[in-house]
Each structure stands twice: as structure tokens, then as C-alpha cells.
Design a protein around this ligand. Structure first.
Ligand SMILES: NC(=O)C1=CN([C@@H]2O[C@H](COP(=O)(O)OP(=O)(O)OC[C@H]3O[C@@H](n4cnc5c(N)ncnc54)[C@H](OP(=O)(O)O)[C@@H]3O)[C@@H](O)[C@H]2O)[C@@H](O)CC1
Ligand SMILES: Nc1ncnc2c1ncn2[C@@H]1O[C@H](COP(=O)(O)OP(=O)(O)O)[C@@H](O)[C@H]1O
Ligand SMILES: [K+]
Length: 502
């Protein structure tokens, strides 16, 4: 699914009006009726609905929603916030059709004290053209202070929130739900806006499919349809050699669990053969807990320089996953440097392997093209530096993926996957139950398993991120977000793989 900028959304609107064709007031009616339907499905008509409208088309939506809910016997109060002297034509047309008398607000103290019902925020939408400040910011503060008692529903976008750049300097409505039209907006996907958007509900309003199909954008959402198209079923005459041999270099004293989780996830993602390279203290643990994995040990309790010679001697590994629980011992760093000089196929680099690279940045140039890096935000910052906001971080992510010809998956809710061509995919699966130690080690195992069995890096990272989150969602569904642990994500992988064939 494509993510469109405010400018592209405006163009989609215009294209739909010209080519469906439909009048702009009817398109607004369609958007408003999708919102009114959602509201009536979720809130009883005994609730008073307080609708705050600006004077642009977002306000026009609000007025139409007010009329539609009034027709369904809701008690409706409309407040027109005088954001501008100018009103749009569709706002004016809907004001003429409004069956009740609105109240006008020119100052923050004019916001009524509302103690029951629900609040609908239709003050500003994608037409925001400057940060919200001054008396309007005061109005927003008043509305936000109601939040504890009553739900705030923002129409299309929480008012005051920029969708294509940081809203740090703007006062925004903090919504409990954002009822947004047709497509995700980039700002919804970044953690800095989490408190502003609340729960996102996407409502289709019939924007022209031709426009959506042909419009190009660097930002996409990974969805179920996309991953089903990427998935390759196993061949009936396959043997274990068909699905590759992965080498997983992981673990240090006290962190063998990370290696175990990665190894199990790699095997449960369909790899043909798996060899793990571990410090000596991990041998019994791995052989007992994951008998399917072969095991080579380093004589030390940290991994030493020796693992590069192993790769040099045995070139049979289709890919290497390195990092979970590795530690950042100097000898491990030296081993990683030698490995990067020897091994030229795409690999998966995570956790302490990334931390080592951030200590020796020259190693970035040695990483094989098309490798997958999986930093969490802190690791990303160590690798590439701090940024002043998350839109800048996203630009930096794209820039580094292009510069080093890598797939860089920046972890979090809506993990952002930047590709060497500068395109970014946001993963749509996963939940806060996955914010538990070891979830990332499981992801490394999955990605290593998919790469080893022959998926191209791009397919492996999109498919892997999606199934990792989907298995996490299945685990949370069964066990709760609190009680699930990283190992449960592995246990639910099978359920997700079963749903992938078309
Ligand atoms: N997507 C679709 O296909 C469809 C979209 N639709 C809807 O249209 C919405 C976009 O409507 P829009 O373009 O009229 O802009 P909108 O957000 O109402 O704001 C414009 C007003 O805000 C003002 N203003 C701006 N910044 C300000 C600030 N900081 N502080 C104060 N004022 C500020 C600006 O004032 P001015 O700059 O003129 O002073 C102007 O008056 C979209 O979000 C969706 O709800 C549906 O109806 C149909 C299908
Ligand atoms: N709130 C969340 N929503 C969706 N996915 C999440 C959430 N929290 C964590 N995850 C996922 O869980 C994984 C956590 O990885 P990481 O922080 O490296 O964990 P660890 O180092 O403990 O293995 C990432 O893939 C991340 O996207
Ligand atoms: K709004």
C-alpha cells in the first residue's frame, strides 16, 4: 500500500473529482458518511457529539458528519473555530445544510467545558500550512485537557499535526482515534506522533484507483497481499540442500539464549541446514536445546578471531547471520573485520555486530552489498549519528541504505525498511508484546533462514519482518501481550506460514 504526501493526497482528490467523475461536495459527503458510520457503530446515540470544525475542507467534513449524526438522532453540538477569515466552498455549502445553530470560537476561553459525550476534531486536516500557535494552540490545550474523561476522534489527521514533517513546533490535538481517509500518512508511522494519532482507523472513500496505481512514492506499507505475492511454496522434490546452509555466529558467556532463539527461528523459517558458531560455553546448551542445529565452538568464552578462518575454509554457507548476544570483545571485533573482508555474499548483521561496526566505522565499507542490517533506534544512532527528529532520522536511514547498498531495517512499531534504491517499506504487523528481550534475536534468525534458502535480500527482509510481527500478533492473541515471550514468536511462525500460500 502506498503512502502519499499531503500534496499527493490533494492531487488524488482532484483526479477523483475529474475522472470518476464526482463533485467535490459529493466526495466530501462520502468521506463524512464513512466517519458517521464508524461513529455510529462505536458510540451509542445517547452520547452527545461535540464537533469542532475549522473553515477548510476538514471543517466541511465535520459539518457533514454533524448533519449525518443529527439525522440518526444523536445530540450534536457544533463549534466553528475561526482559524481563518476565508472558508472553502464545500465548508460553506455544508454550513448552509447544517440543521442546527453552531457556536463560534475566537479565543481559547470560549471552549466550553465538556464533561460527557465524545469530541470530534475537524479543525485542521492535510491543509495545515504552518505550525499551530497562539490562541488556537490554547484552544487545542483546552480540548486535550478533556481527553481523560471523553474520547477525542480526529477526522483525517489530528489537527495541528504535519503529515510530512516533524510537528515538534506545532501544538496538536491528541486523539484517541484518528479516522483517516484511504491511505496511511507518513507522520502516523513515526513514534514521535504516537500520542497524537492514537489508534488509526483507515476509512476507504473511493479515491480513484488509477491515480493510486500510477502515482510513485518512496514510502510503502508492507501488507498481507504484498507478502503473499513474495512467498515461494516449497518444491515437492526438494531435499535439504535445496534450502541452503546458514551459518549463525552468535552468543557469549551469559547470552547463549540469544543464539538459541536465533537458531530456532532460523530453522522454523525453512532453512535446509544450520550451523551455529558459538563460544565454548554454548556447546551443551545449543546441542541440547536445538538438536537440529550443527555446532562449532570457539575455544574461548567470547568469540575470537577464529571464525573468519572457518568461513574461509568452508565456503558452503549460503549466508551468515551475525550478532545476537555476540559481545563486543576486541578479539570478536577483529574476527568480524576479517569475516567482512572474506565473505562477499549478502548477510544479516544485528545487535553487537552492529555495535562493533559503530566502534570501527571503516567496517561499513566492507559489508557485502545487499546485506540486511537490523538496528534498533539506539543501535542506529550509534552507527550513523543522532538526528534532531524522526523525519530527519528517516532521511538518514534512506541515505545510508543507498550509500552502502544495504537493506537497513530500523526496528520498532512500523519498522522502517530502507532499500538500496532509497525506497522505504513500513512493516504493518507486530505489537507491544514484542517489546521483550530476544524478539530481535528471533528476527535475525528468520531473516538468516530466508536468505539462506534463496530469497533475494529485499524479499527476505519484507517477508521476514512481516511474518515476525504476524507471529508476534498470533502469540499475543493466544497468550496476551504481557505473558508472551520472544520464544513464543517462534512457536507461532508455523501458523503464519500456513496462511501465506495464495
Ligand atoms: N483527501 C481527500 O481526498 C479528501 C479530503 N477531505 C478533507 O479535506 C481536508 C483538507 O482540506 P483543506 O485542504 O481545505 O485544508 P484544511 O486541513 O481543512 O485546512 C485549511 C484551513 O486551515 C487553515 N490553516 C492551516 N494551517 C493553519 C494553522 N497552523 N493555524 C491556523 N489555521 C491554519 C487555512 O487557513 P489560511 O492558510 O487560509 O489562513 C485554511 O483555512 C482533509 O484533511 C480532509 O479532511 C474530504 O473532504 C474529501 C476527500
Ligand atoms: N510496540 C511494538 N510494536 C511492534 N513491534 C515491536 C514493538 N516493540 C518491539 N517490536 C519488535 O520486536 C523486535 C525487538 O527487537 P530488539 O529491540 O532488537 O530486541 P532484542 O534486542 O531484545 O532481541 C523488533 O523487531 C521490533 O520491531
Ligand atoms: K482534524
Amino acid at each position: 500500500m502506498k503512502i502519499l504526501s499531503a500534496q499527493q493526497i490533494k492531487a488524488a482528490d482532484a483526479y477523483t473529482i475529474a475522472n470518476e467523475p464526482i463533485s467535490s461536495i459529493d466526495l466530501m459527503e462520502r468521506a463524512a458518511s464513512a466517519c458517521a458510520q464508524w461513529i455510529s457503530a462505536h458510540f451509542s446515540s445517547s452520547e452527545t457529539v461535540h464537533i469542532f470544525c475549522g473553515k477548510g475542507n476538514n471543517g466541511g467534513d465535520g459539518l457533514a458528519i454533524a448533519r449525518l449524526l443529527w439525522e440518526q438522532d444523536y445530540k450534536v453540538q457544533v463549534y466553528i473555530v475561526e482559524v481563518s477569515l476565508h472558508a472553502t466552498d464545500d465548508f460553506t455549502a455544508n454550513l448552509e445544510k447544517l440543521p442546527i445553530q453552531p457556536q463560534y470560537i475566537h479565543a481559547s476561553h470560549e471552549v466550553p467545558s465538556i464533561t460527557t459525550g465524545i469530541v470530534v476534531d475537524a479543525i485542521l486536516g492535510t491543509g495545515l500550512n504552518r505550525p499551530v500557535e497562539g490562541w488556537l494552540a490554547g484552544v487545542f490545550h483546552h480540548i486535550n485537557n478533556l481527553q481523560q474523561q471523553i474520547p477525542i476522534l480526529s477526522i483525517d489527521v489530528p489537527s495541528g499535526m504535519m503529515i510530512d514533517s516533524s510537528s515538534e513546533k506545532s501544538t496538536c490535538i491528541h486523539a484517541r482515534y484518528t479516522l483517516s481517509f484511504e491511505v496511511y500518512k507518513l507522520g502516523f508511522l513515526l513514534p514521535e506522533n504516537a500520542e497524537r494519532v492514537g489508534e488509526i482507523v483507515l476509512l476507504p472513500i473511493g479515491l480513484h484507483p488509477e491515480f493510486l496505481q500510477r502515482e510513485s512514492t518512496p514510502y510503502h506499507i508492507v501488507d498481507a497481499a504484498m507478502v503473499r505475492a513474495l512467498y515461494q511454496p516449497r518444491k515437492s522434490f526438494a531435499h535439504k540442500g535445496t534450502y541452503g546452509h546458514a551459518l549463525l555466529i552468535a552468543g557469549s558467556y551469559g547470552k547463549i539464549g540469544a543464539a538459541v532463539l536465533s537458531a530456532k527461528a532460523c530453522l522454523r523459517s525453512g532453512v535446509g541446514l544450520l550451523t551455529t558458531y558459538l563460544p565454548s560455553c554454548g556447546y551443551n546448551i545449543m546441542q541440547t536445546s536445538v538438536p537440529e542445529a550443527m555446532c562449532i565452538t570457539d575455544p574461548r568464552n567470547e568469540l575470537s578471531m577464529q571464525f573468519y578462518t572457518l568461513v574461509q575454509e568452508k565456503q558452503q554457507y549460503n549466508t551468515i547471520g551475525i550478532g545476537p548476544g555476540l559481545g563486543t570483545d576486541v578479539s570478536t571485533a577483529k574476527g568480524l573485520e576479517k569475516l567482512l573482508l572474506q565473505y562477499k555474499q549478502a548477510m544479516v548483521i544485528d545487535a553487537d555486530a552492529l555495535n562493533i561496526i559503530s566502534q570501527y566505522p571503516r567496517l561499513l565499507d566492507q559489508i557485502p552489498a545487499n546485506s540486511i542490517l537490523t538496528p534498533h533506534p539506539k543501535e542506529f544512532e550509534r552507527l550513523f549519528g543522532a538526528t534532531s527528529n524522526q523525519f530527519e532520522r528517516l532521511s538518514l536511514l534512506r541515505e545510508k541504505a543507498v550509500q552502502y547498498k544495504l537493506y537497513i531495517l530500523l526496528k520498532g512499531k512500523f519498522s522502517a525498511i530502507a532499500c538500496p534504491d532509497g525506497v522505504v517499506y513500513f512493516n504493518s504487523t507486530g505489537n507491544p508484546g514484542m517489546a521483550t528481550g530476544g524478539s530481535g534475536d528471533v528476527l535475525t534468525g528468520i531473516l538468516t533462514g530466508l536468505l539462506a534458502q534463496g530469497y533475494q535480500s529485499k524479499v527476505a527482509v519484507l517477508l521476514g519482518a512481516y511474518i515476525h510481527g504476524a507471529a508476534g500478533d498470533a502469540a499475543a492473541e493466544q497468550l496476551s501481550q504481557e505473558a508472551m515471550v520472544a520464544g513464543d514468536i517462534i512457536d507461532f511462525l508455523g501458523e503464519i506460514f500456513k496462511k501465506l500460500p495464495n
